[in-house]
Design a protein around this ligand. Structure first.
Ligand code: PAZ
Length: 326
């Protein structure tokens, strides 16, 4: 069956061939999609950001959802719920703790710092006259705090946007390669909600799918698991944290443990869709425990980031001690 079948019997493209191992599957996936035009530019931006201090703990944070286009000239796409709260809030806490941050995020999802600004509240609070605009005192206080923290940290954050699944994966692979010189000082914090399914370009309609041809049924291919090649080949010395989202609590811990076994990374932060802002499970190969938000004034990301940084420090010390012994 092709990926898009129209009920009138016409079909677009053909099924993707399957490979047998993680690396081949990843390579096959990439060979299906053209490189994004700005990949070289992103490579040099990241290199410049990292090369100025390869001794500085640096985290790649991914954030937001990916789109899966239904047509080459994309009018329609499949998307998901992720707003980018987890990633953008975490970026601020990592910066506060002295990390450099590469923030790979879905265009138009939440961003560190600007997420605190409500444009409508700002409009309401602005008074305007011929000589310019002024912010009212209540908004002004909060805004100046955010602006101050942003100005103190802006040299330590590099922001890169993606929209589609393929862009996301190309950028993730490229940034991972570029982080190799950081050795164990590199951390990856993969909070983006990445589609597990896609339509191969060879199976995609070129132009907007026409409703006059009747209802359609879509067949999606499985996106290969990229975490294994990431850990093994793309950035093997980094500390890697993945996130796992489920809606059924009874399978969450088991799936998090299986992910660790399968992909060989260091930590899974597991969460349930509707409670993700107030509790998460921290899962390693050896143990698991829950973090619960102690009061609504706080953000759970501050606690998650503290936990990740403490484990990353232990990881760095362990790797550096092993190096000394060799
Ligand atoms: O972006 P957000 O704050 O609305 O949601 C965060 C999250 C649930 C996407 C993240 O915590 C997460 O679990 N990411 C991985 C999702 C997954 O692929 O299982």
């Amino acid at each position: 069956m092709s990926s898009i079948d129209q009920v009138d019997g016409s079909s677009i493209g053909s099924m993707q061939k399957k490979s047998t191992n993680y690396k081949d599957q990843a390579d096959d996936f990439f060979s299906n999609f053209l490189e994004p035009n700005n990949l070289n530019q992103i490579r040099s931006q990241v290199k410049q950001f990292i090369d100025c201090d390869t001794n500085h703990p640096t985290v790649l944070i991914t954030s937001g959802g990916t789109t899966v286009p239904m047509e080459h000239n994309t009018v329609r796409f499949v998307d998901n719920f992720s707003a980018g709260t987890r990633g953008s809030a975490s970026a601020e806490y990592f910066l506060e703790k002295g990390y450099k941050v590469i923030f790979l995020y879905r265009l138009k999802s939440l961003e560190p710092f600007t997420r605190h600004i409500n444009v409508w509240q700002l409009m309401e609070s602005l008074s305007s006259s011929d000589s310019g605009s002024q912010v009212g005192p209540s908004i002004g206080d909060n805004l100046s705090k955010t602006v101050k923290i942003y100005k103190e940290n802006k040299a330590n954050i590099l922001m890169i946007t993606f929209t589609t699944l393929a862009e996301y994966l190309y950028y993730l692979r490229e940034i991972s390669f570029s982080m190799q010189p950081l050795g164990p000082k590199a951390a990856l914090y993969l909070a983006a909600a990445v589609s597990d399914f896609y339509i191969p370009p060879t199976d995609m309609a070129t132009h907007k799918i026409q409703s006059k041809n009747g209802p359609i049924s879509l067949v999606f291919e499985l996106v290969p698991k990229m975490l294994r090649p990431l850990v093994k080949f793309w950035v093997p010395s980094a500390f890697v944290v993945s996130f796992k989202l489920e809606t059924d609590e009874s399978i969450l811990l088991d799936k998090a443990r299986k992910a660790l076994l399968c992909y060989g990374h260091h930590l899974v932060i597991a969460n349930i869709l509707h409670t993700r802002k107030s509790q998460v499970l921290i899962v390693t190969e050896k143990e698991s425990h829950q973090i619960t938000l102690p009061n609504p004034e706080m953000e759970i990301e501050s606690l998650i980031v503290d936990e990740v940084i403490s484990r990353h420090k232990t990881f760095i010390n362990m790797k550096l001690n092993v190096e000394k012994l060799i």
